[in-house]
Design a protein around this ligand. Structure first.
Ligand code: GAF
Length: 399
C-alpha cells in the first residue's frame, strides 16, 4: 500500500491501474490478449549508499509502486516494445540486441535484457511487450531496474528458460552496465527482484547472500515518508562514475580487493596511507556506511526500529560531507523532516537529487510532510512529491 500524505495533491494510483494500462496498451498496439503480465517494483534504500560496488552491505526494500509488462511471444526473433512513456513502439532484432548501445533511451533497458540473456547462452523468445509504470522516472527509485526485472521475468517465462530468480539480479545488472553503459552496482536489481513484503533486504554484495529482515512499520506505529526532492540530476552519471573510480583507486592503494575489506577499527590506519583529502573522505564514507548498515540490521533484528533513526541521519551527514553527493533540495528535506520530529532522515539512492526518506511516527506523517513542503516553499524550490510507503514484494507474474 502506498498513501499520499495531506501535503500532496495527486491521488496515488491503485496497484490495479498500472496492470490495466499495460494490458490496454498491449491490446491497442498489437491486438489480442497478452499471454501474461509481469510486475516489478521500484525501491528505496533504507541504508547503505555507494557500498554495493565496494562489495559491501545494503538494506533496500521494494516499493508498492510497480512497473508492469504485458507480453506475448512471437514466432520470429524480433522484439517489439511499447511504453506509455512514448508514442511509438520500438522494434529490434538480434543485430541491435547483440551490439551494446544500439538501442537507446528507455527501450535500451529492454534490449539490454535480451542482450544479457543471449550473452549468457539462453534462447530468448521473440516477444511483443507493453510497459506501464507507476515508478517515477528520474527520481532515484530505480525505474530502470523495475523495467529490467519485469522484462526479464516475462522473457524467462515466455521462453521456458531454466533460470532461477536468484541469478536474475546479476544478469539485469549486466544489462545496465554493459548494454546501457551505466556503471551501477547490484543493489537496485536485487531489491526489485528479491524484495519481500514487510521486509528489508539485507544483501552482502560480495557473496550475494541475502537475509530478509522484518521491517513491520505498522506494528511499530511508524511510517516511512519518501520525499521526491524534484532536484534535477545535475551531472549525476559522471559524478557517480567518478565516485566509483575513486573508491576503486583507494582500494588499490590500500592493497585490498575492495573497500569492504577495510573494517571501521582499521579506518584511521587506512586513512593515513592515503595522500589526498578527497579520497580520504570517500573512503571514510564507505567504511562507516558499511558499519551503519550492520548496526541498523542488528537494531531491526531486536525490534528497535525507532533507534535506527540516528544512524539514518548519520548516513546522510556522511553522504553530504564526505561523499559529497547531496544537493540543497535533499539537505533541506532532511533538515525539515528532522526538525518536525522524524527519528531519522537521509537521501536514498545514487545522489545529486532523487529522494529522501524519513522515519516518522505514523500519526506525525502529515505534519512532517507539511513541514518539508513549507521549507521548500521558503527556499523557493519546486514543491516536493511525498509518499508514505511500506516494503512490498519483488518481481512476480501477476496472472
Ligand atoms: C544507484 C546505483 F544503481 C546502485 O547500484 C547504488 O550504487 C546506488 O546508486 C547508491 O547506493 O542507485
Amino acid at each position: 500500500m502506498t498513501g499520499r500524505t495531506a501535503a500532496t495533491a495527486t491521488p496515488a494510483a491503485t496497484p490495479g491501474d498500472v496492470a490495466a494500462r499495460a494490458t490496454a496498451g498491449f491490446r491497442q498496439r498489437y491486438g489480442g490478449q497478452p499471454a501474461g503480465r509481469w510486475a516489478a517494483p521500484g525501491r528505496v534504500n533504507l541504508i547503505g549508499e555507494h557500498t554495493d560496488y565496494n562489495d559491501g552491505f545494503v538494506l533496500p526494500f521494494a516499493l508498492p509502486l510497480r512497473t508492469v509488462v504485458a507480453a506475448a511471444a512471437r514466432d520470429d526473433e524480433r522484439w517489439t516494445v511499447w511504453s506509455e512513456l512514448s508514442a511509438d513502439p520500438v522494434e529490434f532484432g538480434p543485430a541491435e540486441a547483440d551490439e551494446p548501445g544500439q538501442v537507446t533511451g528507455w527501450a535500451g533497458y529492454v534490449a539490454g535484457v535480451v542482450w544479457t540473456l543471449r550473452a549468457a547462452g539462453y534462447a530468448v523468445p521473440g516477444a511483443r511487450l507493453a510497459v506501464a509504470s507507476d515508478v517515477p522516472v528520474g527520481s532515484g527509485l530505480s525505474s530502470s531496474a523495475a523495467v529490467e526485472a519485469a522484462v526479464l521475468a516475462a522473457l524467462v517465462e515466455l521462453g521456458g528458460l531454466d533460470l532461477p530468480a536468484d541469478r536474475w539480479p546479476r544478469l539485469a545488472q549486466r544489462a545496465e552496465n554493459d548494454y546501457v553503459g551505466a556503471p551501477t552496482g547490484i543493489m537496485d536489481q536485487s531489491a526489485v527482484i528479491r524484495g519481500r513484503a514487510g521486509h528489508a533486504l539485507f544483501l552482502d554484495c560480495r557473496t550475494e547472500v541475502v537475509e530478509q529482515i522484518p521491517f513491520d512499520l505498522d506494528t511499530a506505529g511508524l511510517a516511512v515518508l519518501v520525499v521526491d526532492s524534484r532536484a534535477p540530476h545535475r551531472h549525476a552519471d559522471g559524478e557517480y562514475a567518478a565516485r566509483r573510480a575513486s573508491c576503486e583507486e583507494a582500494a588499490r592503494v590500500l592493497g585490498v580487493p575492495a573497500l569492504r575489506d577495510v573494517a571501521v577499527a582499521d579506518l584511521d590506519a587506512a586513512l593515513r596511507k592515503l595522500s589526498d583529502g578527497e579520497t580520504r573522505r570517500r573512503v571514510r564514507h564507505v567504511v562507516t556506511e558499511n558499519q551503519r548498515v550492520l548496526d541498523v540490521v542488528e537494531l531491526l533484528r531486536t525490534g528497535r526500529v525507532r533507534d535506527t533513526g540516528p544512524l539514518l541521519t548519520a548516513s546522510h551527514a556522511s553522504m553530504r560531507d564526505d561523499f559529497e553527493i547531496t544537493v540543497p533540495e535533499v539537505d533541506t528535506a532532511v533538515d525539515a523532516a528532522l526538525a518536525a520530529g522524524a527519528y531519522g532522515a537521509r537521501m536514498t539512492g545514487g545522489g545529486f537529487g532523487g529522494c529522501v526518506l524519513a522515519l516518522v511516527d505514523a500519526d506525525r506523517a502529515p505534519a512532517v510532510a507539511d513541514a518539508v513542503t513549507a521549507a521548500y516553499a521558503e527556499r523557493g524550490f519546486a514543491a516536493p512529491g511525498i509518499l508514505t510507503v511500506r516494503p512490498a514484494a519483488g518481481a512476480a507474474r501477476l496472472d
